[in-house]
Design a binder for this molecule. Structure first.
Ligand SMILES: [Mn+2]
Length: 334
């Protein structure tokens, strides 16, 4: 860890211009750890640019204080696409960078900080720290740069800590996912010591629903089906549902959060229509390794939460997926 820290600080201090980026459909871990790292990097005297796709990230606006430097990939002019250092967070695979993979490929040096299982298309990097034992990438950043964070001016430090706390909220689902361990609580308590107010951060992150969002979720929940002796929950959202409720599904939390804890359910399978013939699949399970299923579809994630895309009809997606999930459950049960 000490060596990683040294290398990290050295690579940053030698870099001319730094790219920060994360996986497609950025989440509260990838995006907020990038916001935090950017502020730490600027404390180290370097500027960096956080580049994302066109996703609606407005649900994170409450964190912002106007000092972050961000651009959308399509806004970058040709001459703005060269970086001396690319830092990839919460992602270890070119496949999950989407179009932004060209930026990383072109960068002179690359750092990867991640906690996912190593995926297809692994990014070759000068410094690659992929450690699935961390609950979130925010925890990796804090472990590596705690000294710097403690030295930062109060307002910047609070910004960093709120962003890092959000990475915990996102990846542990407010300390309930199985990745919640003693280290997460120690990390969180340090952030609270530095001024984070857990009640506020929880409210901002989890409770900002519009009535339309809940109506959309309600319509999604009304599609729930149970399969395989009620062990598999299947549900879906359609474009009609999101249009009718004026919802951008990317801008709200994944609907699977509303069906966790249903008695007897071992696997949650959620399909969301992205455009005609394209479905985004979310898999959740505490019994089987759903990452192994997602990888087969070109996706990935964690053992207990993973995602991928399916090209075809809803019926085809459902048939194929249920077969794969049932297979995995049968293997698991021997
Ligand atoms: Mn993560």
């Amino acid at each position: 860890m000490q060596n990683i820290r040294k290398e990290l600080v050295e690579l940053i201090s030698k870099a001319e211009n730094i790219l920060l980026t994360t996986h497609i459909s950025p989440d509260g871990d990838g995006y907020c750890s990038a916001l935090a790292l950017q502020r730490i990097i600027s404390f180290l005297g370097k500027s960096s640019l956080l580049v994302t796709d066109d996703d609606d990230l407005s649900r994170y606006n409450y964190l912002q204080d106007g000092k972050s430097r961000e651009k959308r990939f399509h806004e970058l002019k040709e001459e703005e696409q060269n970086f001396s250092l690319a830092v990839v967070l919460d992602c270890n695979s070119y496949d999950r960078l989407g179009e932004r993979s060209v930026l990383v490929e072109k960068a002179e040096k690359i750092i990867v900080l991640d906690h996912h299982e190593a995926e297809n298309g692994l990014i070759k990097a000068e410094l690659s720290y992929i450690e699935p034992s961390f609950a979130c990438v925010g925890e990796i950043i804090f472990s590596l740069l705690e000294t710097e964070i403690n030295r930062m001016p109060v307002s910047d430090r609070l910004f960093v800590c709120n962003c890092l706390y959000t990475t915990i909220l996102n990846d542990t689902n407010n300390f309930v996912n199985t990745n919640t361990d003693a280290d997460v609580f120690i990390f969180a308590s340090k952030l609270v010591n530095l001024g984070v107010k857990p009640n506020e951060q929880y409210r901002y992150f989890f409770l900002q629903h519009s009535a339309e969002e809940l109506r959309y979720i309600g319509e999604t929940l009304s599609t729930i089906e149970l399969h395989y002796q009620r062990k598999i929950l299947f549900m879906y959202s359609t474009l009609v549902m999101s249009k009718k409720n004026n919802i951008d599904p990317e801008s709200i939390m994944n609907a699977t959060r509303w069906v966790q804890g249903i008695i007897g359910i071992e696997v949650i399978t959620y399909l969301r229509e992205e455009k005609e013939g394209v479905y985004k699949i979310s898999l959740r399970s505490e019994t089987i390794d759903v990452n192994r299923i997602a990888v087969r579809y070109g996706g990935g994630g964690h053992k207990q939460a993973a995602g991928c895309y399916f090209y075809g009809t809803l019926v085809e997606a459902k048939d194929k997926l249920l077969k794969d999930v049932i297979n995995a459950l049968e293997c698991h049960n021997g």
